[in-house]
Design a protein around this ligand. Sequence first.
Ligand code: IMP
Length: 429
Amino acid sequence: MPGTVVVGVQWGDEGKGKVIDFLAERADVVVRFQGGPNAGHTVQVGSDVFKFRLLPSGMLRAETLNVIGNGVVVDPTVLEKEIAGIRARGFPATNLRISERAHVIMPYHRTLDGLEERMKGGLAAGTTLRGIGPCYEDKAGRFGIRIIDLIDEVVLREKLEAIVPIKQRVIEAFGGTERLSVDALFDEYREHGARMREYVVDTSSLLDAELASGREVLFEGAQGTHLCIDHGIYPYGTSSDCVAGFAAVGAGVGPARIDRVVGVTKAYTTRVGAGPFPSELPGEIGERIRQRGQEFGTVTSRPRRTGWLDLVMLRYSKRVNGLTGLAVTKLDTLGGLPKVNVCEAYEARGEKVEEFPASMRLLAACQPVYREFDGWPDLGPGEWRRIAEHGYDALPVEARDYLAHVAEAVGVPVQIVGIGKGREDTLEA
Ligand code: IMP
């Protein structure tokens, strides 16, 4: 498997960090290829919990190279804090590389994120307010500042002098009061450049050499297919391409290098932010899943909306990503429910809807068509751990029936199952 992409197949928060960390044992390199500090990837080793926003999820394995690719938007303040955080916990971070071509989130991007959200009214996505959208807007508009610019004082000053007056006018036009200073930004970001310099390389060349020498590369997706700018619930998703095909673009490698695509899904569905959610459970069961699954945003702490597993979403994700396998996480969270549902299709305006609609108006009208399964017992962490030690066949029969149906309905095998928080609580089917 020279190139494996791991992507979320729902609305983010599927447990990709844990799956990446698990697969990273057999990989030589882990690469983030899109998104930025809107991500919150949790990796738990023993009782130690790490929450990564920009660092790739292989950072805790010293022998694994970790790359932040050109498709990522980097907030240096967040990244430096993360690096300092893992160093303080005994991980030297010498295994990190950052692309020269990645774009930089500037303070005015964060300001504009809030102002744009306010202006958008009903079109607001409920963003993480981390400046992600405005940074990608600048990348496409050719107003962007890249990592390489932070280590070239001439270019940095030239760009700031051209860009800052424009941003100042936009902030004011959007009703903001913040005053930007070219000199202050120059000093601050030049210093960020000096601090990050040791990690900055041409990551495309690096990855090319790694792949050419047969090393195994894991491409770590952030957010999820249904938040993707092209394939997600536009305009309520994020501003980057979150699907597997973008791994090649955002890492700077050819698509033929990728031969495996693992889609990560929870055993149920969650969503942070606005937009239609056909299988949402606003009542007691939804609240039980929220509490048991600790469904609160890693980045924003917002309570996540919860619902049954939606197979319409997953079938769509299989197609647009070309999935070769599924990883199903948090199966333990559903334990103790007498019955568990999956959404097989939708009904809207008197008709059956089997394809995930592009129209948000149609999606909002969609009612779920459920298929009911017997639930599995409410086991304690010790019992789930014992199952993890014994392997897939030790899972309760009801849980295996549920997973078998998911695999059949989506049309890809379930290869990995998560039944607890730790690295050890993972099964291979
Ligand atoms: P943005 O990415 O901060 O612009 O937010 C756009 C939408 O994507 C919002 O609805 C966010 O809640 C959602 N979003 C962004 N990143 C994540 C993530 O990592 N997990 C879950 N939702 C996310």
